[in-house]
Ligand binder design. Structure first.
Ligand code: ZN
Length: 387
């Protein structure tokens, strides 16, 4: 079928939210099929790649002639729903201009708006030159394997990642490392604690020392993402109700700002622990492993021609052209690692993205279509190469 029927972004979004693509366990393929159908109705080839069992990447390549290759990317998976929803999370509900449902903001609002923006270009291609690659990847929320798989074969000159930014241009995001610290003391009977060294007491001292480091970190700042942070997120310790514990483990979440290296941040914590250990015999505190983390920070320079063009396009669309940054991670880091200038832009607010009663302002979804369209038209219309 080849039709030029208009695609309603709100209907498309509701159709996407209606499919459970929870990671793990949801049906990513059924989710991307909804998007694929929209492009196939325009006579385009929509490729669905099940790059590993249960996870899929959708790729639609639209060529408008010679010129830059612009990648539109977001993810089809959503986080588990959790409890306490007012209405069923996969039955999208519209109230007071908002659509409620899991994934409305993170990130199906972006996927729907990007698809409709691209359809607008397909339906009115005059003056366009270049290629747009639309991708909906799997497994962003857990392992980012979809985006990582994608960049092994895909080249692009610029990339827009759709994540809820309240429709602001974000060109930087934080990363994280999560060292696991073991604090060792000396076991003893709880009735004679003076014969031991209580590892929980030791851990309390380590947490306080880490707090001092966190305060020093707060003195550094990045113009778009703010200061690096450090906080203890997990503690486990103790062996029995009648024993002075010998071992306690702490997991620390250290958020990195662009320019910081994870290895250096871990070394800094290791040095602090070495000093603390020297000052607090007979305790011993050291890093023993790393918990999984979101990956490194990244940014695209603010004077990159792609970013400058996107800012002009935002102004043309009546939107705020100011740059901002994300305090959480996203697939931008994968595209930046592949050398692709990348920005993050999408409808929805970060505040609601992983909680109950997730929603997106429908007006913002409509405006996202205009914003993406404006950026794509500017990038693909410019005779002298902007990117
Ligand atoms: Zn997301």
């Amino acid at each position: 079928m080849n039709t030029s029927e208009p695609v309603d972004v709100r209907t498309l979004l509701a159709d996407l939210v209606g499919i459970n693509t929870v990671n793990p366990g949801g049906d990513e393929r059924a989710g991307v099929e909804v998007l694929a159908a929209v492009f196939r109705a325009r006579g385009l080839h929509a490729e669905i790649d099940e790059y590993r069992p249960g996870n899929v990447n959708l790729t639609v390549r639209v060529e408008f002639g010679a010129g830059p290759v612009v990648l539109l990317n977001s993810h089809i998976d959503v986080v588990p729903t959790g409890a306490g929803w007012t209405s069923p999370p996969f039955a999208p509900r519209i109230e007071h201009g908002r659509m409620y449902g899991r994934g409305t903001a993170d990130a199906k609002g972006s996927l729907a708006a990007m698809a409709v923006a691209l359809i607008a270009l397909i339906d009115a291609p005059d003056g366009l030159s270049g290629t747009v690659v639309y991708t909906a990847v799997g497994d962003e929320e857990v392992g980012s394997t979809g985006a990582r798989h994608l960049v092994t074969t895909l080249h692009a000159d610029a990339c827009i990642v759709g994540e809820p930014t309240d429709l602001r241009l974000f060109t930087a995001h934080k990363g994280s490392v999560r060292p696991v610290i073991e604090v060792r003391g000396i076991a003893a009977h709880a009735a004679t604690p003076q014969n031991g060294a209580n590892a929980i007491v030791g851990a309390a001292g380590v947490v306080t020392a880490l707090g001092g480091l966190a305060q020093r970190l707060a003195e550094t700042t990045h113009p778009l993402v703010g200061a690096p942070t450090l906080t203890t997120v997990l503690i486990e310790g103790g062996e029995a109700p009648n024993a002075v514990p010998e071992v306690t483990r702490l997991t620390v979440d250290r958020r990195l700002i662009p320019g910081e290296a994870g290895e250096e941040a871990v070394d800094e914590i290791a040095e602090l622990l070495a000093t603390w250990t020297a000052d607090n015999p007979p305790f011993d505190a050291r890093i023993v492993s790393r918990a999984p983390s979101t990956g490194g920070p990244s940014e695209t320079p603010f004077d990159d021609p792609f970013i400058v063009a996107a800012q002009h396009a935002m102004t043309d669309a009546g939107e705020d052209p100011q740059l901002g940054g994300l305090v959480v991670n996203c697939d931008m880091t994968t595209f930046r690692s592949a050398g692709i200038p990348t920005l993050v832009l999408g409808p929805g607010t970060l505040d609601v993205m992983h909680g109950k009663d997730e929603y997106v302002e429908l007006d913002q979804v409509d405006r996202a279509v205009s914003a993406y369209t404006s950026i794509l038209r500017r990038l693909l219309s410019s005779a002298p190469a902007l990117i």
